[in-house]
Design a protein around this ligand. Structure first.
Ligand SMILES: [Zn+2]
Length: 548
């Protein structure tokens, strides 16, 4: 019995030690023991000395020795618990294929990043493949600039595709499958005008085109490539015009668009819709798990109906909630509109939530990834605030960002009796980021807010400088000794430079003065202005506020 108890204590002491870097805690160990053997609660007084003895023994061992002694399954808990995604259904190691299918009609925003990161992460988790597929079957929207930007932004995000492909490269095959659908009686060419089609869909009414034989349909299909013009003919899936799921009311599979395509020029005029291209390409490309956002849920029935009709392999469809960020526009169409109206300066305008804008504001790709993974793949709608991503980003940049003084709404104060001509200050309180020198000029600047908070005759501390007593607009030197009770102010000297700070989410610009060491930093650097927050240097005289 005693041996059993010894063994039990040893097990929990070892497990606890291993979880906390090699040192076990007696109290935690007792908690674990009682959780496992409730009946020992009454004997706690007798066990206590034994626990302490064993914990002491265990703590004398190195972590390596402790690990060797553990014959129990151990789950090592690291301090930064890595976020992992829930397992995929029916997934086999080495065989999972996922895809991210953006339309090259704009730059990626954080909502796209969610899909791309999840798809990529699953492929890595199962040693599978990740496909980047440009869903470029609407030549009106597609632009070379967007294909390139999407690739660059994914690289920045750390999302590396194993295969990059364009749906527009596969049109011949998609035509082939369209013809199979027509032959099997699952698709027909509709010659009704768009208004009639819309009305019939609403009313659940079939048109006469639906009754044509497959020979007639094949003939009309051929004519879509030569004779018919836009809006004269479309290829429709023969679904169910009375279906409660209106997506199934004979949706469009192909339409005529005569616009020049950025990659294909004028080679094609009959273009598939997403509804047709997505399931067929997923199946042909070997995609095992197709993930998409929840607003496609009603289209699932169509996705599988098309594959069934064509007797093609069916991938597993998984839906997750779309990412909305509080206070941010995440629609490519709306952003395009804002740009064309001049409301924002471009796709990287810091007021947007495109990846370009986030990069420009100072968000780190690792922070975006950790943020996305922390949201998981649930279907529950959530609208996370910026606080969450900010706290992750702060952890990453804090050790790397140099500290500087910036004073907003500066008020000039005269300095009297200060004995030093210059001071040397560290760029970071506890990392070795070097030092900077600040000349002590006759007058300094402190912020208006700080200035107004002091009473005549009050003693305050200027950070890293000394104590001062205020008399009118003068600061009289009053010793160096640290006194934590004093109000602490940051300051800049008389040579400080003018600087603007943009608050992108509030669309507000403030002015102030930054210490002249600022000019030694580079555009693109992230700095922390003491008592103000982290900022990204956007130009020689303007920074973008990132977060506190
Ligand atoms: Zn019709």
């Amino acid at each position: 019995m005693v041996e059993d108890i010894r063994e039990l204590i040893k097990k929990h002491a070892l497990l606890n030690a291993i979880s906390y870097g090699g040192k076990a805690n007696s109290k935690a160990v007792i908690g674990k023991i009682l959780a496992e053997k409730e009946e020992l609660r009454s004997k706690i007084k007798e066990i206590l000395p034994l626990v302490e003895e064993i914990v002491n023994e265990v703590n004398k061992l190195s972590l390596e020795e402790q690990l060797k002694m553990v014959n129990y399954p151990v789950s090592l808990k690291s301090k930064e618990e890595k976020k992992i995604l829930p397992p995929l259904p029916k997934a086999e190691k080495g065989k999972v294929v996922t895809r991210f299918p953006p339309e090259p009609s704009g730059y990626l925003h954080i909502g796209h990043a969610k899909a791309a990161i999840i798809d990529h992460e699953y492929a890595r988790m199962y040693d599978g493949k990740f496909i980047l597929r440009f869903d470029d079957t609407n030549p009106v929207n597609a632009k070379i600039e967007y294909y390139e930007a999407i690739k660059e932004d994914l690289i920045w995000l750390g999302v590396k595709p194993d295969i990059i492909e364009n749906t527009s490269d596969d049109l011949e095959r998609l035509y082939y499958y369209a013809e199979r659908l027509i032959e099997k009686g699952f698709a027909y060419v509709c010659l009704c005008d768009p208004e009639t089609i819309k009305l019939n869909r609403m009313k659940g009414m079939e048109c006469n085109c639906r009754k044509s034989s497959f020979e007639v349909n094949l003939e009309r299909w051929e004519k879509m490539f030569k004779e018919y013009s836009r809006n004269e003919a479309i290829l429709r899936f023969k679904g169910n015009m009375k279906s409660l799921n209106t997506v199934m009311r004979d949706p469009t599979l192909f339409r005529i668009i005569e616009e020049e395509h950025p990659l294909k020029g004028n080679k094609y005029r009959v273009w598939p819709t997403y509804d047709f291209a997505a399931p067929v390409k997923d199946s042909l490309d070997g995609v095992t798990h197709a993930l998409r956002t929840k607003e496609y849920e009603l289209r699932d029935e169509l996705y599988f109906s098309i594959l069934k009709a064509l007797e093609l392999r069916e991938p597993i469809l998984i839906e997750f909630s779309r990412l909305e960020m509080k206070g941010s526009v995440l629609s490519k169409r709306k952003i395009r509109e804002m740009i064309s109206k001049g409301l924002v300066s471009g796709w990287d305008d810091p007021r947007l939530a495109t990846l370009r804008a986030l990069k420009r504001r100072g968000y780190q790709p690792e922070a975006i990834k950790e943020f996305i993974l922390s949201l998981g793949v649930s279907k529950v709608e959530s609208e996370p605030t910026w606080d969450l991503i900010n706290s992750i980003n702060r952890k990453i940049i804090d050790p790397k960002a140099k500290r500087l003084f910036f004073v907003s709404e500066p008020v000039k104060v005269k300095l009297e009796g200060f004995p030093l001509k210059k001071v040397k200050l560290r760029y970071h309180p506890d990392r070795d980021l070097g030092e900077r020198e600040i000349e002590i000029t006759e007058s300094l600047f402190i912020s208006k807010e700080d200035f107004e908070s002091i009473r005549e005759g009050e003693k305050i501390r200027l950070m890293d400088l000394g104590n001062f007593t205020i008399k009118e607009d003068k600061l009289l030197f009053d010793g160096f000794e640290l006194d934590h009770k004093l109000k602490k102010f940051h300051w800049v000297n008389g040579k400080a430079l003018d600087l603007k700070v943009l608050f992108p989410l509030e669309d507000r610009l403030i002015k102030g003065k930054v210490e002249d060491n600022f000019q030694n930093l580079n555009i693109g650097d992230i700095v922390q202005f003491v008592r103000f927050g982290f900022c990204k240097i956007d130009s020689k005289d303007e920074v973008i506020f990132l977060h506190k």
